[in-house]
Design a protein around this ligand. Structure first.
Ligand SMILES: [Zn+2]
Length: 93
């Protein structure tokens, strides 16, 4: 699926339509010292440590793609609802 690189859409901060740049959301790097990460490591430790079954046969064959729209005037970032697509490409339109 081809996604446009820019799109004229509403910005709630500027309260008007602006041509916004579209990029794809990527999750940040996981921090090993974060509280949840440490807790998870502690629970998984030792004999019988796996607390939930490992996913052997995933039901979904695709990952969700979330678009991030950036307003050029105020730099506000807005996210769109993620859509499931197998293949995508950002193309100039
Ligand atoms: Zn704006």
């Amino acid at each position: 699926m081809n996604l446009p690189k820019a799109k004229n859409t509403f910005c709630p901060k500027c309260n008007k339509h602006t041509i916004q740049k579209i990029s794809i959301y990527k999750a940040g790097k996981r921090r090993g010292m974060a509280a949840g990460e440490r807790r998870h490591a502690q629970r998984k430790k030792g004999y019988g440590g796996q607390k939930f079954p490992k996913l052997a046969k995933p039901a979904k064959t695709t990952k969700k793609v979330t678009q991030v729209l950036t307003c050029p005037d105020c730099n506000k970032k807005m996210m769109k609802k993620g859509i499931r697509i197998r293949k995508f490409e950002l193309v100039a339109k």
